[in-house]
Design a protein around this ligand. Sequence first.
Ligand SMILES: [Zn+2]
Length: 105
Amino acid sequence: MKKNLVLKLLTIIISIIVLLILLIPRPLYADDGGTEVYKAKLYSVEIRHSIWENNAGFDWYRADLEEGTFGYLTGTKIKIFGRIIRDNTEFLTSEECECKRCNRP
Ligand SMILES: [Zn+2]
């Protein structure tokens, strides 16, 4: 009876530790203009803010801007089990970007 209880408690404690290891994110800061990545074993959240050049060869090319214009790729990319479930990355000029970094007084 007592041995059973100890085993149960041990199982619960080990399960909690494993869950924490899988779910607690590790913050990473890229040196690309301000991208922050929160990476855990099961998921990752990338808050993108990287310096980018408007170039026809890339996915985020904007025809309404001149080619070679500098700006930022901004948006949030969420991955669960390595699969992208949300990605609203877009190319914005620093005037269009509404973040604190681009709108310093
Ligand atoms: Zn910005």
